[in-house]
Design a binder for this molecule. Sequence first.
Ligand code: B12
Ligand code: SF4
Length: 632
Amino acid sequence: MNNPMNEISDVQSRSALQRPKKILFTSSLYPYPTLPNDTSLTDATGARFTRADGIFCLISHSHHFANHVLAQNISIPSVILEYPRWNDFTTEVKKGYDIIGISALPVHMESVLKMCTYIRENFPGTKILIGCYAGLALQAVYPDGGWKKYVDEICHGEGVEFMRRMLGEDTNRPIQQKLMPKGGGSPTFISKFPKGAIGFLVSGLGCPGSCDFCSSTSLFDHRRIEMLSPKDLVEHMYLYKKNFPDVTNVFVIEEDHFRWPDYLIKIKEPWESHPDMIESIDWFSFGSLDFIGAFVDKYGWDAIAEIGIGVMFIGVESKFADLLHYKKRSKTDPREVFSHLHNMGIRTVGSWICGWDFHNHTNIEEDLNYFVSLNPTYQQLTRLSPFPGTALWYQLKEEGRLKNVPWDDVHFWSGTQKNLGLEEHETLNYVEHGYDLLYRTWGPSMLRRLEVELNGYSYCMKSSNPMLHDHKSLFFRKQCGMVWTLLDAMERFAPNGIVRRRVKQTAKRYIEVIGEPTPIMEYLSKNILRLASDEYLKQLTNPSFYRPKTEPFKKYIYHKSSNGEQDIPYTTEWPTPPSFKVRKDMISENLRYFALEQMMRLKRSASKSKSEPVIDDYLMGMVSRRAFGFGL
Ligand code: B12
Ligand code: SF4
């Protein structure tokens, strides 16, 4: 493999001579391929976290963050294209750019190669850069510089330093991550256009874990690169709190936060210096079981809540830890971790992988059912997928166990590997079965979330830490009040009696822990029930009613000179007007919310004595800002 540092210094000497005026960064072309279960690649909740939840599935959108991180950290003005269609892409390229950078995953390779070929043929003077996992895959599939046919440089690893070196800029400047577009979702019957409730930051990239199937350990050469100090991470979170009242969760990218306990514990002090933030947001973290166990041994369980973590992605991967042979998964009991976290109000995303070499008909159901028993709040069930450039991919290639699938199918459900103990279609079916089993056993994720958040409220009220007792408790109170409004609908459309009873028990628990619901909550709940009934009917009469979520084309302009130092350092353009249908849907949703808001105001003034300001103000605010979205 080429030494990336050599490539960078070559580029540096060439380009420092001629600084480009403007750089174009782009994602790959839309429409994106769809996943095998007919969901969208960029809808993490619809495709995975809340996958089988029927009408309560959160359909979400996401943005292309890497390009923003790059554009924010160089001094040259740049334009970012997000989800361009072919015409959008060629129109922009024709404006003439010295450098075009593409950020993509292997699943987009088909369109990436088409984009590169177009630029090469029509603008031979333009330098083409590629980064992220598509770059890793190109290097693996076209080794020994074969990839140079398509691109000039591959950024293997961290991109800010790569870009700064290439442009002859100071590489020691701290990395900044001002506000980026927000993501988020909602059941579609509540909102088809939820305003993002989830912010995004990167605390670190890469991991020294070296698990053979893992792409990120390969891309970042088995080490961690810090992207924000603990203090800066908190101050960047505060920007979300300050600018966006509807953001309730910040998704913090890191391979395994718990591998870095000293980093993590340093978050506590700055986090606790912002009680107003504690009342309104928490953050999404990543953890592996043994490192969570080690962190808890050193700092105790409470420390996890005290640093503001609200959701934790945990790789369980399989019940059979001894057969997995991964160091991250040998000592700590998953059941203990999941149940402790849930008792403190921390929601979990459990991940399970189907298709290990030891999986066969004698153990697969046992493995899956063990995972179900953990009662994760959200879940990600995938097939073991060897991604080009990983150790697993090279090993299976050598063993002749790699199937030739189109690039469009290189994702977490790829079916690229020849299994030893299961047929190919079985791994996909077991994954789908697993999502369904979780739904039928525990109910939709929104119900599981309410159960966990009620625990969180009780836990905070018992805590002697004033940050938890006085401030975090308010966060849970608001969140519980909001999710409560789904209970009636979840009871009516529960998949079976087991779940229906769970819903009723949760409703009872709400009263015990928080108190009687307010008239505003009840009014909202009635409306949600009505909307849910319409949605359920549509789904019954037209099973293909749900289509994979599609994303609009957007352009972000980083002018640098005028607004580079502001919290939102770019301006956004929507070059393509929405279709008639989308405009119609937007107007009708807006009208619906307008009417709802007026009715809620009336209700509130008619029943002042029964109002509960913490919850009612929160709900009214969401409705009046047309931001009835659900974080995580
Ligand atoms: C957040 C996330 C998502 C989000 C948003 C993705 C997005 N577009 O930003 C959602 C949930 C939508 C998502 C979906 C998917 N994801 Co995802 N996702 C991640 C996650 C957790 C973080 C990615 C991220 O934003 N990192 C922060 C940015 C700043 O880092 P970065 O992208 O690596 O960029 C840096 C460098 O790579 C480089 N760089 C990147 N681009 C460029 C371009 C140029 C020109 C240059 C110079 C440098 C450069 O510079 C950046 C700064 O250093 C990663 C795991 C991980 N830790 O990487 C998985 C990961 C990227 N996802 C993965 C996959 C497979 C998917 C899906 C295909 C879903 C699937 N289930 O199969 C879809 C495809 C989404 C799409 N865009 O079409 C895999 C990719 C593996 C592979 N080899 O293909 C990963 C690595 C998870 C894993 N461990 O396997 N994902
Ligand atoms: S511990 Fe997680 S992030 Fe680290 S190498 Fe293993 S799978 Fe990748």
